[in-house]
Design a protein around this ligand. Sequence first.
Ligand code: PLP
Ligand code: ZN
Length: 372
Amino acid sequence: MDALICRSCRRTYALDDPRWRCECGGVLDLQFTPRLDWAALGQRKPNLWRYREALPVQKDRSIVSFEEGFTPLLALPIDGRQVWIKQDHLFPSGSYKDRGAAVMISKARELAIPAVVEDSSGNAGCAVAAYCARAGIECTIYVPEDTAAAKLAQIQWYGANLIRVPGSREDTARAVLQAAQTTYYASHSWNPFFFQGTKTFAYEVCEQLEWQAPDALVLPAGNGTLLLGAAIGFAELRAQGVIENPPRLIAVQSQACAPLALAFRDHLGSNPAIRKEDTLAEGIAIADPIRGPQIVDAVRQSGGTFLTVSEAEIREALREISRLGIYIEPTAAATVAGLRQYLRSAGPTERIVSVFTGSGLKTTEKMLKLLA
Ligand SMILES: *Cc1c(COP(=O)(O)O)cnc(C)c1O
Ligand SMILES: [Zn+2]
């Protein structure tokens, strides 16, 4: 039966229970049986709602959408080798976070939730604010004080309340928990419906490769919202008999903040305490990710690994991609830097897919500083 299920104590809750964590404090996943409607699929528009029967929103009229998704899977030469890159920087709010927000906010509308809170280093806040504007849901976004100015502007122009929290990204996460006692927490790291949106990445990649899975997927890992979504999506595609083997997940972290790479290497069952340093890839600099052990397990089960990238490698990747005529933000370039590392040891016939996660237009101050 469809349900919310706790990863820690396995307790289940009804799918329409508007809760974002278990009574025991554990994170919730979704138990849900998707199916693809092959006949309908061919008739549908190229957006992520074409996988309608795989998305846990009951009524069509709950759907909050800009007809987002089905982003181009572009073949690009990277270091002399052809790879496929999903252009998720082309989403309406400028990052792949729209995948998660589309499904999560549709579910919030289905549950008649009047107001939500969310915390973010920027892009998740922009996405949730955009979909709340479209849905007519009141929205309050908590961000660290040093968030990029363009993202702060975007969140406010969508009509969301913006709360700037002094201190670190972790201080912001603590501040929102207070508000989440009384208001629905539309969290991209806690809320299981967000991952039901990001899983569409897998469905799209698979369809764009003529219903085959790639051999390897190179993805960012901060809170793992895209990585875990992709893992869910490919597992569902296997369960439905569409593919035989899900891709290996190659998870990329910044060297300046790599708790998951350390947990993977040392077989730790929980997030290690690390000292986070400044990085260009602030969007994936998550010192204590809520779903840390889940991310490490997903990577290990897939036969994949973790890679860490330096500031110099991020700068170099940003430069290389820009010279191909594509403008991405520094955090997105960290994944490209990981892809370049991966290519050095990849097999000659491997089919490799990666992603541009966010647009460079959101980080102008940083881009100008990097030019100088
Ligand atoms: C959110 C984000 C990521 C990484 O996502 P996680 O969920 O933290 O793993 C990567 N790039 C950009 C641009 C993002 O906004
Ligand atoms: Zn529990």
